[in-house]
Design a protein around this ligand. Structure first.
Ligand code: HEC
Length: 124
């Protein structure tokens, strides 16, 4: 009997210790994890890579419909992008959602590719 009571006491003390340590460990993990994962995402969200966007422009076939001198394209289905010089946001919106005879590229291009092509077209 005495042995069991002792064991229970020891077990109780150990689990209290473990609970204390576990709690600290968890709160460390949750406070340090978000900055590590959100920082790169927010950076990516605002920017596009124009050099990569030039390739997206070519591979997505934008030039088949749009004249854009930086890409050397002479399409005439859609507006001449040299004349329109749309903003970064306007290109993101147009390429994502489409509009009129302009197809949506939401399913074909990643968000990053859309930002890249927007950076290329808007020159920003
Ligand atoms: C099938 C032909 C076609 C393709 C492919 C195409 N577009 Fe368009 N695009 C159009 C047409 C047509 C419009 C005009 C839509 C409207 O407002 O009626 C347009 C409009 C736009 C506009 C808005 C211009 C303005 O007046 O502000 C942008 C920016 C644009 N396209 C960029 C792109 C990019 C970047 C790609 C490649 C990812 C692309 N387009 C692919 C036909 C196309």
């Amino acid at each position: 009997m005495r042995g069991r009571v002792l064991l229970l006491l020891v077990a109780g003390a150990v689990s209290l210790l473990l609970a204390g340590c576990g709690g600290d460990g968890e709160s460390d993990a949750t406070t340090s994890a978000p900055p590590a994962t959100t920082a790169p995402t927010t950076e990516d969200a605002g920017e596009g890579d124009a050099a990569n966007g030039e390739q997206v422009f070519a591979s997505a076939g934008c030039g088949g419909c749009h004249t854009f001198s930086a890409a050397g394209s002479t399409g005439s289905v859609g507006p001449n992008l040299d004349d329109v010089s749309p903003s970064f946001d306007a290109v993101v919106a147009m390429v994502t959602n489409g509009g009129g005879a302009m197809p949506s590229f939401e399913d074909e291009l990643s968000e990053q590719q859309i930002r890249d092509v927007a950076a290329f077209v808007s020159g920003s």
